[in-house]
Structure formats: C-alpha cells, structure tokens
Design a protein around this ligand. Sequence first.
Ligand code: SAH
Ligand code: SF4
Length: 357
Amino acid sequence: MSVPLTSSLYTPTRESLAELLDGEPRYRLDQLWDGLYTQLAAPADITNVPKSLRERLAVELPSALTQLVRTVSDGGDTVKYLWSLADGSRIETVLMLYPDRVTVCVSSQAGCAMGCGFCATGQAGFTRQLSVGEIVEQVVVAARDARTMGRRLANVVYMGMGEPMANLPAVWESVERLHGAIGLSARHITLSTVGLVPGIRSLSEKQLPVNLAVSLHAANDALRDELVPINKRYPLKDLMEACADYLDAKGRRLSFEWALIDGVNDRSRDAAELADLCRRFKLPAHVNLIPLNPTPGYPTVGSSAAHVAKFHQSLVGLGINATVRRNRGTDIDAACGQLAAGQPVVLSSARARSDKG
Ligand code: SAH
Ligand code: SF4
C-alpha cells in the first residue's frame, strides 16, 4: 500500500479505516476508532487491538508529528510544540490552560502565503498545505498532554501557522472529525481568517456553525492594503458583506482580531473608523485587542499597555464590545504571529515518534 507522506492514522475517515481493516473482525473498527478518538490513546496503547495489527498500522500510517521541542511558559499554562512532519516541514501547536478552559491553537498550513508583514509565519513564506491527519493529530496530542495535567481540552482555534481558508477542504474535514469523532462542540471551534471572502462564503454553506474570527487590523482599505496585502483582492466592503451573511446564516459568534501597532492603528480615529464600520454593516462583532507581538522581520512595535487600554476605552465608549487579550507565551515565541517553526533542533530524542512519547 502506498500512502502519501502527509498521512497519519488520523487521516482516514471511518469508512476508509474500515477498508484498511478488511479481513479483520468487524468490531476491530469500533475498537480502533474508539481508541483513537474517544480514549485519545496513542495508537501503540490501544491494547485491545492485537499487537500485530497495531504494528501493521504503525508502518502503513505512522504518526505525522515528530516532536522536536516542547517548550513551557506562563508557569506551565502555555505549552508550545515544534513538530517535524514526515517530509521535514515544521509546524507549531500551542496548548493554553486557563482556569475555566483548555484551548489548543493549531496550524493549518506549513508557512503561509498571505504575506502579512507583521506576522512571523507570513515572513517565512509558504511551504505546503497540511493534511487532515496532520491537523487532527495536533489536537489529539495536545488533548493527551492536557489530560496528563488533569485537564480536558474542549476548545480549538485555527490560529496557528497558516491561513485556514486557503486550505479549506482539509481544514473542514478536520473540523468535522473533531466534532463527529472526538465530540467537540462546534461552538468551541474557531476558524480565524485574514479575510478570504470565498472561504467565508463557503463556510456559510456548511452545516456546522463554527465561530469565525476575522483578522481585521484596519477599518479603511488604504491602511488594510498595507497591513494585510490580501485586502487588495478582497476589500473591506466585500469582507464585511461576507461576514454579515455568515452571521445571518449561522447566528454564530463573530470576532475581529486587532493587533495594536504603535502609531499605526491604535489612534482614536482608528477606533472611530472601526466603530463606524461595524455600524455600517450592522455587525455585532466582538473585537479582540492584542498588542502586536514582536517578530524578527517587522520593525514597528506593539502599542504600550496604556495605549491599549485607551483604545479599548474608546471602542467601549463607541458601543463596541471589545476585550484586551492577555498575551500567552510571548517569551517562548508562542504568541499570536510569532510562530515560525524556525528554531534549531535541540533535543537528541527528536526522532522519537510523538505517539510513543
Ligand atoms: N491566518 C489566519 C490565522 C493565523 S494568524 C489569520 O490571519 O487570521 C492568527 C492571528 O495572529 C491573526 O489574528 C493574526 O492577524 C495575528 N497576528 C499575526 N502576527 C501577529 C503579531 N506579530 N502580533 C499579534 N498578532 C499577530
Ligand atoms: Fe498568514 Fe495569518 Fe500570518 Fe497573515 S497573519 S501571514 S494570513 S498566518
């Protein structure tokens, strides 16, 4: 059997897995599926499945993620994983433990082609699309890790490396798997997009009502063209209409991400423009404010804490629902926009397959 390098045991649908188990008793499929998705067991640990079969599967569909580095910050509440994929590409995943919830931030592509100048992933450029298995495995491994800390992972945000809407077939299949097989609620799954209008439109036609986060950063086209180059193709009017239609279709939570850049998009007139934009398109959006995190390729700095607070107050004063997001993992480059997977390999046990560790 020849499988693509990007496959993992988390790639096949239940039906394809059944084909793979042809010749085995029928209950094997249930055992394996239950082990993979309900127990979140490492494939080698699904011991009610015979060892010989586990060994065959490990050869045909090995784990897609090889852990290179696992870094911890925020007193253990933020964990960043650097993975090597079978073809040598590198991606990152971030697990965040909050008092009331556990969230994993997954990558949807190795690199990103969207070229936002302030983002480390954008600075590094595009390598390739991730497969369903490579996405789902990030969630499973993080959930397993959370479980060892006595916590249950229930939230997934597609805010790691890459643009989910530029890899929508695999991303959507992964969403369906997380929902259908692991049992995560669509309300706890958020896709973040730089604003690919066709992607948002096709999301409106899907059955599962996931949350949509749009990385806005500017409320006028001239500034947004500069910050987010794809705005030239999908300008604000088209983007806002697509968001409004998504809200109509799904009744789901819509949020705007706004990375505050000193002197660029943190002035009172930027707040006024944003409020005006929301009003014009009747969008009851929730605005997430994040001070810009430093990245190697972008000279401008994030707004000061005082400025962030002032911008927040301006928005609230204008009737806009806004929250200041606390930065997670800035010291280990695990924060928004800092994922570049460029770290040197430091662990000698690097080749140990993540499903065995
Ligand atoms: N490509 C998608 C999802 C991944 S980026 C998107 O752009 O939405 C995740 C979030 O991090 C986005 O909101 C993005 O705008 C933001 N971001 C990128 N670089 C950042 C930086 N240096 N500081 C703070 N946020 C950043
Ligand atoms: Fe890509 Fe999002 Fe970074 Fe822009 S902000 S380069 S879309 S990952």
